[in-house]
Design a protein around this ligand. Structure first.
Ligand code: HEM
Length: 427
C-alpha cells in the first residue's frame, strides 16, 4: 500500500484510529512513557506514515534492523538538509554553515564510500588501548564527584554525576582542559535539542548552529596546537591518522571531534540516568545488583535495552523501497525507533520486565545501532556506566528516589531526565 498523506481536518479523520495514534507522538504522556504507545504501533501500524513527523515511523525489531543493515537504500548523508526543508528558503540560507559542518565532515552524516574511509581513519586513532587506559581515570572522577555529595544525604544524579562525568572523560580523551567541560555539555545540549525536536522553530536551529560553530572554533585551535606539538591524546592521534596515504582533512577532523564530544555527552548521561531510574522503580532488581556484582555486565546491557537513551535514528530513502506492504518513496525520511525495537516481544521474552540477569544471547538490543554506523563509543559508554553504578551502590547505602515525578525531557531522539533527585544514608 502506498502511504498517502491524510487530511487531519476532515470529520472522517477524527475517527481514524491511526491518526489518533499518530497524535500521541506529540503528547506529554508519550514522552513520560513511550512504551505503551510503541506497543500499539508495533501491533496496529508497524510501518507507519506519521503526519506529525512527516516521515515513516518503524517500531518492529526486524524492520528497524533491516533498514540499519541497508545503507545502500537508506542514507545518512543529506539528513540535516532534509530536516531543514520545512523552513522558508530565506531562513535556510542562513544555516548553510551548519549544513556544511555535517555534509563535509560528518561520520554519522555520511555514507559509503566516504564513510568507509572516514571510519577506518577514526578507528585507527580511537584504539582499544585508549579506552583500556581509562578505568583509573574514570574511577577517580566518579569518586571525586561522589565525595562532593556524600555528606549531604541527597544529590541530583544528573547534575552531580551523570552530566559532568562524560564531559570530563571526553575532555581527557581528546586532551583538552577539564575546565572547558561546561562548554562541551552546553554545545551537546543545543545540538541534541535540534536533533530531537520534530517541529522546531528557527531559534532552535540558530542555537544549534551557534554551538556547532563555537565547537569548531574551539577545536580548530586545539588541532593547530597538536600539529605544532603532538601529545599522547586522541586529538594528536586523529591528526596523525593515515590510511593508504590518506589523512583526515581539516573539515573531517572538526566534524569527527565535534561528533565525539556530542555523541558521548547526552547519551552517557542518559545511560546513567535512565538506568538508575529503572533500578529505583524496580527495587528488587536494585537489591539483586547490590548482592551480586557478577551481574554488572548483563545489567548494563539490560539498562541499554530497557530504556534506550538513543530512542531513534533516522535515514533518508535513496530509492523507492518496499517494507512489508508499504512503499517508501525516494527522499522520504524514516524514523527507526530503537527504543520500540528493544521491547519487541518477537525478539525479547517478557520485554516489559527489567531483568538484570537477561542472558547476553537473548539480549541483542539495538541501543548502539547496528551495521556500518554501529556506535564507536560503545566500550567507553559501558565502562563509564559500570564504574558509575558500582560506585553509587557501594558508597551510597539506602539509595532511594526523592521524587515520584520523573522529569523526562521532550526529545524524540535522546530519552533522558532533566533531574534525578535521590536520598541516601549520610556518610
Ligand atoms: C550510552 C551511550 C551511547 C549510546 C546509546 C550511543 C548510541 C549510538 C547510536 C545508536 C549510534 C548509531 C547512529 C546511526 O546509526 O545513525 C551511534 C553512533 C556513534 N557513536 Fe554512540 N552512543 C553512545 C556513546 C558514545 C560515546 C561515548 C562515543 C564517543 C566517545 C560515541 C561515538 C559515536 C560515534 C562516533 C558514532 C558514529 C559512528 C558512525 O557513523 O560510523 N557514542 N551511537
Amino acid at each position: 500500500m502506498l502511504a498517502m498523506p491524510r487530511s487531519t481536518s476532515s470529520p472522517a479523520a477524527e475517527d481514524d484510529p491511526l491518526l489518533s495514534l499518530d497524535r500521541e507522538l506529540a503528547s506529554d504522556a508519550f514522552f513520560d512513557d513511550p512504551y505503551p504507545v510503541y506497543a500499539r504501533f508495533r501491533e496496529e501500524s508497524p510501518v507507519h506514515w506519521s503526519e506529525h513527523l512527516n516521515a515513516w515511523f518503524l517500531t518492529r525489531y526486524d524492520d528497524v534492523r533491516a533498514v540499519l543493515l541497508d545503507p545502500e537504500r537508506f542514507l545518512n548523508a543529506g539528513m540535516v538538509a532534509r530536516l531543514l526543508e520545512p523552513l522558508p528558503e530565506a531562513e535556510r540560507v542562513r544555516f548553510l554553515p551548519f549544513r556544511q559542518h555535517y555534509e563535509e565532515g560528518g561520520l554519522v552524516h555520511s555514507d559509503p564510500p566516504p564513510h568507509t574511509r572516514l571510519r577506518a581513519l577514526v578507528v585507527k586513532a580511537f584504539t582499544p588501548r585508549i579506552v583500556m587506559a581509562l578505568p583509573p581515570f574514570v574511577q577517580g572522577v566518579v569518586d571525586r564527584l561522589i565525595d562532593a555529595v556524600e555528606g549531604e544525604g541527597q544529590m541530583d544524579v544528573i547534575a552531580d554525576l551523570a552530566r559532568p562525568l562524560p564531559a570530563i572523560v571526553s575532555a581527557e580523551l581528546l586532551g583538552v582542559r577539564a575546565e572547558d567541560r561546561e562548554r562541551f555539555a552546553g554545545w551537546a545540549a543545543d545540538i541534541t535539542t535540534f536533533a530531537g525536536t520534530a517541529k522546531f522553530g528557527v531559534d532552535v536551529v540558530e542555537r544549534a548552529q551557534r554551538s556547532v560553530l563555537a565547537a569548531e572554533d574551539y577545536l580548530r585551535e586545539r588541532l593547530a596546537e597538536r600539529r605544532r606539538t603532538p601529545r599522547d591524546d586522541l586529538l594528536s592521534a586523529l591528526v596523525a591518522a593515515e590510511e593508504h596515504g590518506e589523512a583526515l582533512s581539516e573539515r573531517e577532523l572538526l566534524g569527527t571531534c565535534t561528533t565525539l564530544v556530542v555523541a558521548s555527552a547526552e547519551t552517557t548521561t542518559n545511560l546513567i540516568g535512565n538506568g538508575l531510574q529503572a533500578l529505583l522503580v524496580n527495587p528488587d532488581q536494585l537489591q539483586r545488583l547490590r548482592e551480586d556484582a557478577s551481574l554488572f555486565e548483563t545489567a548494563i546491557e539490560e539498562m541499554l535495552r530497557y530504556d534506550a537513551m538513543t530512542q531513534s535514528v533516522r535515514r533518508v530513502a535513496a530509492v523507492d523501497a518496499r517494507i512489508g506492504a508499504h512503499e517508501i518513496r525516494a527522499g522520504q525520511l524514516v524514523y527507526l525507533m530503537l527504543g520500540a525495537a528493544n521491547r519487541d516481544p518477537a525478539h525479547f521474552p517478557d520485554p516489559e520486565r527489567l531483568d538484570l540477569a537477561r542472558p547476553r544471547a537473548e539480549n541483542r538490543h539495538l541501543a548502539f545501532g547496528q551495521g556500518i554506523h554501529f556506535c564507536l563509543g560503545a566500550p567507553l559508554a559501558r565502562l563509564e556506566a559500570q564504574i558509575a553504578f558500582d560506585t553509587l551502590l557501594r558508597r551510597l547505602p539506602g539509595l532511594r528516589p526523592a521524587s515520584d515525578r520523573p522529569a523526562w525531557k521532550r526529545n524524540l531522539t535522546q530519552r533522558g531526565l532533566g533531574a534525578l533527585p535521590v536520598r541516601f544514608e549520610r556518610a
